[in-house]
Design a protein around this ligand. Sequence first.
Ligand code: ADP
Ligand code: MG
Length: 142
Amino acid sequence: MATQRTLSIIKPDGVEKNLIGKIIARFEEEGLTPVAVRMVHLSQQEAEGFYAVHRERPFFDSLVEFMTRGPVVVMVLEGDDAIARNREVMGATNPDEADEGTLRKLYASGIEENTVHGSDSPENAAKEIKYFFSDVQVFPRG
Ligand code: ADP
Ligand code: MG
């Protein structure tokens, strides 16, 4: 399978619950290696830009408020089939529907506060990585 890169975010609920270490350890165990890591408190504009595709959804304002309430950890993960693999490790958007052992099943409190983000396609992975990182911030340096 091809090596890919995907964008991962540990959302404010995950940071608040002191899950940064556990979540990164899980990614490493699953063959998803961090090649760029940054902690950032998103502004409203940054969160709105990141979730622009959801602008018309009824939960958009609430999602932006949640994503800006505290710092997040933004990462680029690299590995075989990393985009799909990360989505598997994360589990379904709604933790009630997520498989046992997935990050969202283990840690998420609801469909909105679901602990982790992961890119859903190669196109979005490229776009999302670029949104947060310049080439020289991703290792090996581009
Ligand atoms: P995913 O993060 O699994 O790719 P989506 O792209 O559909 O899910 O949604 C983006 C984020 O918006 C979700 O991770 C979640 O935080 C939030 N969200 C999605 N659906 C809902 C909903 N029905 N109510 C509240 N928040 C939601
Ligand atoms: Mg999505």
